[in-house]
Design a protein around this ligand. Structure first.
Ligand code: GTP
Ligand code: MG
Length: 263
């Protein structure tokens, strides 16, 4: 599995002054003691960064164990990011909420986000299942945009989970948005995101339609690749069985020869 960042780094979203209270946000943020016990912006960052690291480590362990048991890695790579303060404030405003720490923690579910990219659609459900089975992870919501793609053509499996972060004097359950998708779905989503951003959500109709067509091609490609992979696995299994049979036969012949050979 590749890491897209060095340990401790997050995908291009943390402001350079990440440790400080963000400029322009400071005045809008009131310092609240929340139900979760998170009090300051610094603590918010610390908790969400810790939550991301925990999920990343869990995924790396699952991937290594899977390689050990099944000689195969379901995860291609992982990307993670902390939402910028500016987009947290934007999201709160969009929902008619004041920019307080309490509102951030309670109403913005994607402050910490992790994206797990795998080769095949079947890996997505396998990974989601493994996440659900972890005792300290609570799954809050699941959105299956693979079974039910968005009108845009978007496909991905989304989970909002909480993971406990153990601080010196308290435990905080931090929310993390997990997006699981194939390499092909990720390729489509990043292009669609760029186009959406470029046209500020109002792309020309023919481009939107072409994106939907591309999404269908991506789905067909994912289906074909999965089918091909299953055929390859089946073939190599059959070859292995045949090899074992030949070896058994060779040993049987050898034993027979030994029995009839005169002393
Ligand atoms: P946000 O307010 O955008 O976080 O959406 P939401 O809380 O209603 O959740 P939803 O599951 O719809 O989307 C969460 C995230 O999935 C988004 O922030 C994007 O990263 C991704 N996403 C959802 N829809 C699309 C889409 O049509 N195209 C692309 N490229 N990404 C999408
Ligand atoms: Mg989001």
């Amino acid at each position: 599995m590749q890491r897209s960042q060095k340990p401790g780094e997050r995908a291009g979203c943390l402001p350079e002054n990440a440790g400080e209270t963000p400029k322009g946000v400071q005045n809008q943020m009131e310092w609240y003691e929340t139900g979760d016990g998170v009090e300051t912006w610094q603590e918010v960052l610390l908790v969400y960064n810790a939550a991301l690291r925990q999920i990343e480590t869990k995924m790396e362990i699952l991937n290594e164990e899977f390689q050990h048991v099944h000689q195969y890695n379901p995860i291609e790579h992982i990307k993670s990011r902390i939402k910028t303060p500016e987009s947290i404030v934007k999201k709160l405003r969009r929902n008619g909420l004041d920019s307080t720490i309490e509102n951030m923690v309670n109403h913005v579910n994607d402050i910490a986000g992790i994206r797990i990219i795998c080769s095949f659609t079947s890996d997505i459900y396998r990974i989601a299942d493994m996440i659900e089975k972890q005792r300290d992870i609570q799954v809050m919501t699941v959105k299956d945009y693979i079974m039910f793609p968005k009108a845009s053509g978007y496909k991905s499996y989304h989970m909002i989970v909480t993971v406990p972060v153990y601080l010196s004097d308290k435990t905080v359950d931090a929310k993390v948005e997990i997006q699981i998708r194939t390499v092909a779905m990720d390729f489509w989503a990043s292009l669609e995101h760029k186009i959406h951003y470029k046209f500020e959500g109002d792309a020309p109709e023919h481009i939107k339609q072409e994106l939907v067509d591309c999404a269908h091609m991506v789905s067909d490609l994912d289906d074909k690749m999965l089918q091909l992979n299953e055929e390859i696995l089946e073939l190599s299994h059959m070859q292995e069985v045949e090899r074992e049979e030949r070896e058994k036969e060779r040993r049987r012949q050898q034993e027979l020869e030994n029995q009839i050979r005169p002393e």
